[in-house]
Design a protein. Sequence first.
Length: 440
Amino acid sequence: MIGQGTRTELLWIVAGQSLVLLLGMLTLKLLTYLLGPEEYGRFALGLTIAGTLNLFVYGPLGHAVARYFHICSNRGNLDELEQLSRRLLQGIALGVLIIGVAVAFWSGSDHVWDILILAALGYGVASGTLSVWLAELNTRRERRSYSILQSADALLRLTGSMVLVMLIGILGSAAMSGFLLGAVASLLLTWWIARRNTTRNTTALTDLRKLFGKGTLSRDFGAYAGSISLFAIPAIFSNYGDRWIIQQMLSDAHVGIYVALAQIANAPANLILAIFSQTINPILFQLAGDATDSESIRTSRQMLYRALLQLIGLLTLMTIGSYALGEWIVITLTSSEFVPYARLLWVLVLSAALFQIGQALAAEAFLYNRPFQLFFPKMLHALVFLGMSLWLVQSRQLEGVAIAAVIASAIYLPLVLLANTRAAKARVLVGVDGSPEIIR
């Protein structure tokens, strides 16, 4: 039976993620209607810049904060983790600022693209910093605050993009600048709420030399986050490579059409996985602790696979629904210019469902503190996707890219299962008597 506290948490998670989904679909509808396929395609390419920053830097940092929160809590050094993450965020923001200044000086004659790139970098920093803060908030299981702030971020980005498109003009760079303003406003709101609610004494924090010395938290934290950062290499190819292939071999308008359909297809799958991860992962990490007890790991693993069965059922229903109602969904969420490609929606939904099942399965490797085991499956998925896309886009255009996504996702699933098996066998745990024990 699910306890009252867990039901309340789940209610906030579902409410928050559902509101974010609705706001995301409203943003998609308004921007595709106002910008049209070509400018929306440029806006989508700008999002790839911010997304790349998140994949390489902020995603791994947020994941590491979530994983090490309970470990540091058990060790009594949460203050060290907080200061370490704050220093890293400050250094990253400074580095991106320098890159932005260099881009501004190096810019050529196309100032529209320059503005798009600068706005995308700024949006990447603001949204990435917010994601790290929210990762800690979610790990603390403060579901209400997390859901409210996450929804506020989606609303502020929508508002910012609408305001600037109306004031500046029908440009992808204007929409991107609006996303930047919305993300900055969300960041300030989160900082203000956190400052009001904090009760901890932050004046007596650990000496920086203790944070960055050999054999300290920073070494373990950095190794964990660094291994996840390697995943950005295949993730960039699989998440964004298709957009640049389409832009080079077809047109910006085709990019806009494909990205809009992919956003519709991925939105429900991302919603379901977000609810799954936001609900299950903090509990799994709390049960697993620092992964030194075999019984704790076994309990976490059983919980993961029970929840996974429910995830598969929901994704199956979602795929069937997109096949039956694809044209109606596309005309509802975009404009008439996108409807001729509605037949591709269910194919993209199927690829998203298969991939998200693999992503949910990947949580097992993180329980063993061995995320690097997942690098090969992710890399092979990316290479298959890009290779098939390059081959099929020539003869079947956007349909070929969608088919390539399904093939790559179908290959990804068994590879993740194999990686989990290897991670379980490689993880040496310490038994009750102090002797090594291997989880089988």
